[in-house]
Ligand binder design. Structure first.
Ligand SMILES: NC(=O)c1ccc[n+]([C@@H]2O[C@H](COP(=O)([O-])OP(=O)(O)OC[C@H]3O[C@@H](n4cnc5c(N)ncnc54)[C@H](O)[C@@H]3O)[C@@H](O)[C@H]2O)c1
Length: 511
C-alpha cells in the first residue's frame, strides 16, 4: 500500500478543492485518485491508453522503470488490449487489467497517472478527464484536435495542479536542446526564418466507401467525441489511417508536423500563436498513381500542404509532401540536408545571417556556415518519459521539457494551417494565381520559391495541375492572445467541434 507523504497530503488538499469544482462540471468519476507520490522509492501506478502502435513505445518506456507499474491497459480494440497485457506479463511477471473504457481506470483511486496514444480526436478529452480524476497525464502529440481543446487542457493542468507532458520527445533530446541553445547564443547569426519539412511518402488509404468495423472494436468508444449516425468506416483500415480523415486526424501537419513546428518555433524563440496564417495544397496525385481519373481516396486531409506563419518579425513555413520524394524538386539548402539523409526528409532548417542549422533526425542536428561547410554537430537522445516522471515527483510543471502550453502552441499550428486549407478547398488556383497571392505574404522570396518547388514536385509525380489544381486558403488574421480569428467568422467556427454527448470536451471556462 502507498504511504501518504506530507507533500501528497498537501497536494490532495489542493486537489480536493479543485475536485469539488470539477465534480460540478463533470460528475463522471465515482472516486478521485489519491494523488501522486513524491518519493522515488514508491511505485507509481499508471494506465496506458491506446496501445496499437505508439502506445507500444509508452509501454516500453514504463516497463523499463522500476518505479512504475502498469496497472491498466485501456484499448477499445480487445485483441490489441489483451495482446499487450500478455506481453507486459511476459516482461514483468505481472499482468495489467485490460479495460476498454478509460473511465473505468480513472475510477481507480490507487492510480497515479496516465499516458495516452489514442487517435487525435480523443487526446484532449482523455487528458481533461484524467486530470479531473486527479491523475497526471502524458498526452501524445498533437495534444489536441482543435485550438479550444488545447486551451482547455492548459487550463485543466493549472486548475488541478497536474503534471501534463506532451509527446514531442525531441524536447528531451540533448542534440536538439544544444542546437537550440547554439542558435539562441548567435551561432548562426540572426535568425528570422525557419522551415519545417515533412517529405514522407503517404500512399492512398484506399477508395472512399463503406467498410465494416472489425468485430473486436467498440466503435462507440473509438469514435468518442466524433458524431456518427450509422456505425461504419469510410476507409478500409480502422487503425492508423484515421490520420488522413479530418474528423479524427490532422493530416501530416498535425501528425509529423508538431515535432518539427515545435522545434522550428523553439529555435526562433517564439512562445505564442502567429499573427496570420495562409495555407495552400491539396490531396493530389492518387488518380495518376492509380491510373484512374475518377479515383477518390478515402482521406480528406491534404497530402501536399504549405503553411506560412507570420509572427511579425519572424516567419515559419511548414511543408508537407506525401507523394514520392525520391527525386522531387529541391532547394539549395536542402541539398545539404539531402546529402545527410536518405529517403524521407523530415526536419527543420533555420536560416541565419551567418549560417544554417538543420535538424536532420530526432537526435542529430548540424550547423553549416553560409558556404555549406559543417561548423558544429549536435547528437544525443534523452528520456522524455523520465522527464515526465521526474516532474511528477517534484510536482513542478516547470520541470517538464514539453508542458501542455507548448503542446497547445505546436498543435495549434496544425489546426490553424488546416483551417485556412479547409476554408479554401474549393478555391482552385493556377501556379501563377497562387504566386500573385503570395506576393503579399511575409518572406515573399522564400515563399514564392517554395511555391514553384511544390508545383514542380507535383508535376514530377504525374499531377496535371491544369486538371487537378492546388487550393489556396484565405489569409487568416489571428489574435494570439484571445485565440480568435479577426477577419473570418467561418474560421472561428472551426476552432472547436460539434461533439457527440457524452464525449463533450469542455471549454476552458468549464474544465
Ligand atoms: N511521439 C511520437 O513520436 C509519435 C509517434 C507515432 C504516433 N504518435 C501519436 O500517437 C497517437 C496514436 O497513433 P498510432 O499510430 O498509435 O494510432 P493507432 O490507430 O495505430 O492506435 C491507436 C490505438 O488507440 C485505440 N483507441 C482508440 N480510441 C480509444 C479510446 N477511446 N480508448 C482507448 N483506446 C482507444 C485504438 O484501438 C488503437 O489501438 C497519435 O495521436 C499519434 O499522433 C506519436
Amino acid at each position: 500500500m502507498k504511504k501518504q507523504t506530507r507533500r501528497q497530503f498537501l497536494e490532495d488538499s489542493l486537489f480536493a478543492t479543485a475536485a469539488a469544482a470539477a465534480a460540478v462540471a463533470t460528475p463522471i468519476f465515482s472516486q478521485m485518485a489519491t494523488g501522486q507520490s513524491s518519493s522515488p522509492n514508491e511505485k507509481l501506478l499508471c494506465a496506458i491508453i491506446g496501445v496499437n502502435s505508439r502506445g507500444g513505445d509508452h509501454i516500453g518506456g514504463m516497463v523499463r522503470r522500476k518505479d512504475v507499474e502498469i496497472a491498466y491497459i485501456v484499448d477499445v480494440d480487445e485483441k490489441v488490449g489483451e495482446k499487450n497485457c500478455a506481453d507486459i506479463e511476459k516482461r514483468t511477471g505481472k499482468r495489467p487489467k485490460w479495460v476498454k473504457d478509460m473511465r473505468t481506470a480513472f475510477d481507480d483511486k490507487s492510480l497515479d497517472f496516465i499516458t495516452t496514444a489514442t487517435p487525435n480526436h480523443w487526446h484532449a478529452l482523455a487528458g481533461i478527464w484524467a486530470m479531473q480524476a486527479g491523475l497526471d497525464a502524458y498526452i501524445e502529440k498533437p495534444i489536441c484536435h482543435n485550438i479550444k481543446e488545447g486551451r482547455a487542457l492548459v487550463t485543466a493542468a493549472k486548475k488541478y495542479k497536474k503534471i501534463c507532458q506532451v509527446g514531442t520527445q525531441c524536447r528531451s533530446n540533448p542534440a536538439v536542446q544544444n542546437a537550440m541553445k547554439f542558435i539562441e547564443e548567435g551561432g548562426i547569426g540572426e535568425v528570422n526564418f525557419s522551415r519545417g519539412l515533412c517529405y514522407k511518402r503517404r500512399k492512398s488509404i484506399g477508395a472512399l466507401g463503406d467498410y465494416p468495423i472489425p468485430e473486436q472494436i467498440d466503435f462507440n468508444l473509438w469514435s468518442g467525441p466524433v458524431q456518427y449516425t450509422t456505425p461504419k468506416l469510410t476507409r478500409p483500415k480502422l487503425h492508423y489511417d484515421w490520420h488522413w480523415q479530418r474528423a479524427y486526424g490532422n493530416g501530416d501537419s498535425g501528425n509529423q508536423g508538431p515535432h518539427q513546428t515545435d522545434i522550428a518555433r523553439w529555435g526562433l524563440g517564439i512562445n505564442r500563436h502567429p499573427n496570420s496564417i495562409i495555407t495552400y495544397g491539396g490531396r493530389l496525385g492518387y488518380q495518376a498513381e492509380r491510373n484512374d481519373p475518377n479515383y477518390i481516396d478515402a482521406g480528406d486531409t491534404a497530402n501536399t500542404e504549405v503553411a506560412i506563419y507570420d509572427y511579425g518579425d519572424k516567419t515559419m513555413v511548414f511543408e508537407t509532401r506525401g507523394l514520392s520524394v525520391d527525386d522531387s524538386a529541391d532547394m539549395g539548402i536542402t541539398t545539404m540536408f539531402n546529402n545527410q539523409t536518405k529517403g524521407n526528409k523530415i526536419g527543420v532548417i533555420f536560416y541565419g545571417t551567418e549560417g544554417y542549422l538543420v535538424q536532420i533526425e530526432y537526435t542529430h542536428c548540424i550547423a553549416f556556415d553560409l558556404k555549406g561547410k559543417i561548423i558544429k554537430e549536435f547528437k544525443g537522445g534523452g528520456d522524455h518519459y523520465g522527464n515526465f516522471i521526474d516532474a511528477m515527483r517534484s510536482r513542478r510543471s516547470q520541470d517538464l521539457n514539453s508542458d501542455a502550453f507548448q503542446g497547445h502552441l505546436s498543435a495549434g499550428l496544425a489546426d490553424l494551417a488546416n483551417i485556412s486549407y479547409y476554408l479554401g478547398e474549393d478555391n482552385k488556383v493556377s501556379v501563377s494565381e497562387a504566386r500573385a497571392i503570395l506576393e503579399n505574404v511575409p518572406s515573399r522570396d522564400q515563399n514564392i520559391e517554395t511555391l514553384y518547388r511544390t508545383a514542380r514536385h507535383l508535376t514530377d509525380n504525374g499531377v496535371d495541375l491544369d486538371k487537378y489544381p492546388m487550393s489556396m486558403g484565405p489569409m487568416l488574421k489571428f489574435d494570439p492572445v484571445k485565440e480568435v480569428f479577426t477577419n473570418n467568422a467561418a474560421a472561428n467556427e472551426l476552432l472547436t467541434a460539434d461533439y457527440r454527448a457524452p464525449f463533450v470536451c469542455p471549454t476552458a471556462d468549464k474544465v
